[in-house]
Design a protein around this ligand. Structure first.
Ligand SMILES: Cc1cc2nc3c(=O)[nH]c(=O)nc-3n(C[C@H](O)[C@H](O)[C@H](O)COP(=O)(O)O)c2cc1C
Length: 364
């Protein structure tokens, strides 16, 4: 295996041993109060042992009403820090770096999950649930920004190597970016600059609380997959704004719950179907100066190498393949496999913990 995928890379103070990223994946494995568990720690240890360079956690919610699913990890309070510390302690012997993905679920949740009426930039009914969120006040927005900052400070205190701001997949920050869900006509809506303002302020709050040397990535929405939603041209403008603001790297994704499975497409059985957001990644890469992380249906080593070689992205991120094969990177490195065994069937979601339905010997 030549260097491309196994070359180290330095991003801000983050030193990664190779170009592989375990994409943020909600494991649905926390305890009843949303503290991370030993089961998650064991899964992360398996991933680290399996050679992945960067592990991004599942999305961890920064305020109580930002909870999007049961058994989702939380970071809205200092009390969550010790459990994360214990998890990270187990990963110390390995080269893998770990980032906490921080999120607020916005309108893509339900009162029985988040404990109240879901919130959003505007009261636009979610067609997947029929729920109309409460439109946020200016004060709500300022509080959420502060909560993201506090979460970043906690991530650093816990020992994470950085954070990833979740601004994709139709959750709160992504809702602000899109004219489909953001119908405001104040400073938080309308122009692209106004719609991006909340993410810019979140980035600044994270820098303030966690320090300017602390690596901050963003997972950026590049296509809602819905009529009237955000598309790549606007996303490229947002990426430029974040680049100018000093974001350290951008992971390009797309899709919202209403357009599912746009974010997690099925039947990726040929190289041509792989990398379904790769053209968006390449467009954003051309627009910015920071490293680009490509995600979405990347499966075979030939495709991975060509992405890096053609400078369409700098890192390769995968979610579902690591659920089936936590040791995928080692298998590729040793030449034991040339592609992921994952068949992208989307049967890995499970309320009691992710698992691969294709193999009996799962990690759950
Ligand atoms: C079970 C599951 C949970 C996921 N949880 C998250 C999450 O917490 N945050 C996020 O940004 N993306 C999440 N994703 C999306 C993945 O990070 C990724 O963008 C998507 O699965 C496409 O990549 P893949 O084809 O390699 O699976 C999840 C995907 C799956 C399958």
């Amino acid at each position: 295996m030549d260097g491309l995928l196994f070359n180290p890379i330095e991003i801000n103070s983050l030193k990664l041993p190779n170009r592989f990223v375990r994409a943020a994946t909600n494991e649905y494995m926390t305890d009843d109060e949303d503290y991370v568990t030993d089961r998650q720690a064991a899964l992360y240890e398996e991933l680290a042992r399996g050679g992945v360079g960067l592990i991004v956690t599942g999305h961890s919610y920064v305020r109580k009403d930002g909870k999007a699913s049961k058994r989702q990890a939380a970071i809205y309070d200092d009390t969550f820090v010790p459990a994360y510390k214990r998890l990270l302690e187990r990963l110390k012997p390995y080269d893998a770096r770990v980032m906490l993905q921080i999120t607020h679920g916005g309108r893509q949740t339900k009162p029985e999950i988040c404990g109240t009426t879901p919130i959003g930039p505007s009261p636009v009914t979610d067609k997947s649930t029929g729920i109309t969120p409460r439109g946020m006040t200016h004060e709500d927005i300022l509080d959420i920004i502060n909560c993201f900052g506090l979460a970043a400070g906690r991530a650093r205190e816990a020992g994470f190597d950085g954070i990833q701001i979740h601004a994709a997949h139709g959750y709160l920050l992504s809702e602000f970016l899109s004219a489909y869900t953001n119908r405001r006509n104040d400073e938080w809506g309308g122009t692209i600059e106004n719609r991006a303002r909340v993410v810019v302020k979140v980035l600044r709050a994270c820098r303030l609380r966690a320090g300017s040397d602390y690596p901050v990535f963003v997972k950026l929405q590049t296509d809602d997959g819905i009529e009237g939603g955000l598309g790549i041209e606007e996303a490229a403008e947002i990426a430029k704004i974040l680049d100018k603001e000093g974001i350290d790297a951008i992971e390009t994704s797309g899709g919202i719950v209403e357009s599912f499975p746009f974010a997690c497409r099925t039947d990726i059985d040929t190289p041509e179907k792989e990398g379904f957001f790769i053209s968006n990644a390449a467009k954003i890469k051309k627009a910015v100066s920071v490293p680009l992380v490509a995600v979405g249906g990347i499966r075979s080593i030939g495709v991975m190498e060509s992405i890096i070689k053609d400078k369409r992205a700098d890192l390769i991120s995968m979610s579902r393949p690591f659920i089936r094969e936590p040791d995928l990177v080692e298998r590729l490195r040793k030449g034991l496999a040339t592609k992921a065994a994952c068949i992208s069937c989307n049967q890995c979601w499970h309320p009691d913990g992710i698992r691969c339905a294709q193999v009996s010997n799962t990690s759950s």
